[in-house]
Design a protein around this ligand. Sequence first.
Ligand SMILES: [Fe+2]
Length: 375
Amino acid sequence: MTVPQVIVKPIAVPEGSGVDFGVEISGIDLEQLNDDQFSIIKEALYNYQVVVFKNQQHVSPKAQFELTQRFDPAATSYGHGKTLDAKRSILHPDLKTIPHQPQVQVIGNGFIPSYEGLENIKLKHPHHKTFHKTIIPEEDDLDFTRFYRWHIDAALYGLAPPVVTTLLAVKVPAGRCQICRYDDGTGNELDVPLGTTAFVSGYTMYDVLSEEDKQFARTTKVEYAPHPYVWMSQAKSRSDGLGMLSEGLEIPLENLSPIEENKIQRLPMCWKNPVTGKLAIQVHPSAVRKLHLADGTVIDNLQEVREIVHRIQRGGIAPKYVYAQDWAEGDLVLFHNRGVLHSVVGAFAETEVRLFRQCNVAASYFPEGPEGVEV
Ligand SMILES: [Fe+2]
């Protein structure tokens, strides 16, 4: 029997791209993963943040969960825990749970008669018109699109942010391209494959800051809203998908489910890579509520908080720093959820059927900031 050689090579990016992360690994069957292969994957993950495997359509939900959990063996429950059950949560319509592997969710677009114990499911690809303040007019909607919501996969209340996420493309509609517009007055735009998942590096986001902003980011802590995905459910996003507008539309705290103070998260603005020691700006911009500065000042004016966070993060999502995955059926992408931000992109017609599996698990430990773990 010949054992295929494992090859790790950088992902292809367009000329002039500033993307310095992402590798493709070939020669590994994720259904039959051994310890040596996992070591290669782990090293690649922490050094390159995004790892692409081709031709993995046969991988079972169980094997997908096991790969995901292997990065944090003490972690067991889905990254959002049971918070998805909250009907008011903005995450509720986007995900369906696989009954026999509840840490794995099905996402996509269109009607699926039967899949992994789920019957007659209707999936809807998130569209920016349901989340952004302004929208691309209907007549332009097939040609132009937006970043839906830049984020980290994390509950941000109680549960620690998952270390990694895996995404498997089971069914991908025939490709066309769209132009992703920032619509923020900069004229920035980016050609993207239909239904891409966009990634940016939190390390680049840090590196491009001025020395003054780096210092601010290293010493500032971000406090997230309790029940953040319900709290933000009436508010509207900026056109670049990088955080919310402040129009007073957040659900008042007294109208949320009872708040357990010890579940409110205050996390460093910069998270340290456990292998390289590099710092990433890792902030979920939509869920931010307060900033705690080094001198003890607490900024709790929501508009001011959001302006500051947007200023810190915007440089890192410039078109040349975005990696847009051109999905093919069987692609499995593993990403370092503590080192990149990602966003859904694109608009599908109802007839365009797309089926993906997503898995992440709430971590057993919190991320390390510039000076260690502080929660
Ligand atoms: Fe996500």
